[in-house]
Design a protein around this ligand. Structure first.
Ligand code: FE
Length: 184
């Protein structure tokens, strides 16, 4: 009897220490999240995206590099993208689905090798996900319409926002704003 009771107490202590460890893990996770400039990780369900295509469809519609970046979370080589050293006036949209992402007025030269913006055109068009790949803690930015990988967002941007959206050129298409307005 004494042995059974003793093992029961040990099991209870083991369970309690497991709960405490889990609480500590949760606190660390929350702390890391709350340090992320107030951005909350989006709940992501690919099946509920407004634009939901099969991988075969995406492969047909996108170039190999676009597919690698947008669908497989690849990264174009730095200083090679079409919009890295590009500062014309206009709007940038998702290359996969056309959702509006950035205005050129928010673009700046960060020198990082990829197009950089200090704010999105509409944050509702973006999803944010914690990315622990390659031994780093980053925040991935995805298109909210199609789930396409765009790049990452960092807290080292210029005023007024202090954030830097570091986006792959190949994930975007540019539409110049130089067109004449249609007569009203
Ligand atoms: Fe998209």
């Amino acid at each position: 009897m004494k042995t059974k009771r003793g093992s029961g107490v040990k099991r209870c202590m083991f369970l309690r220490s497991g709960i405490i460890i889990q609480l500590i893990i949760n606190l660390i996770a929350f702390s890391a999240c709350s340090q992320n400039a107030g951005r909350h990780e989006s709940s992501i369900n690919p099946q509920k995206m407004a634009v939901n295509k099969t991988e075969e469809q995406w492969k047909k519609e996108l170039t190999p590099l676009q597919y690698n970046v947008l669908r497989q979370k690849g990264t174009e080589r730095p200083f090679t993208g079409e919009f890295d050293d590009f500062f014309e006036e206009g709007d940038y949209s998702c290359a996969a689905c056309g959702a509006l992402l950035f205005h050129s007025s928010a673009k700046y030269n960060s020198g990082c090798g990829w197009p950089a913006f200090f704010e999105p055109a509409d944050s509702l068009n973006m999803l944010f996900k914690r990315d622990l790949s390659y031994g780093m803690v980053r925040t991935e930015v995805m298109c909210a319409q199609c789930g396409g990988h765009l790049g990452h967002v960092f807290d080292d941007g210029p005023k007024p926002t202090g954030v830097r959206y570091c986006i792959n050129s190949v994930s975007m298409v540019f539409k110049p704003s130089g067109q004449k307005k249609s007569p009203e």
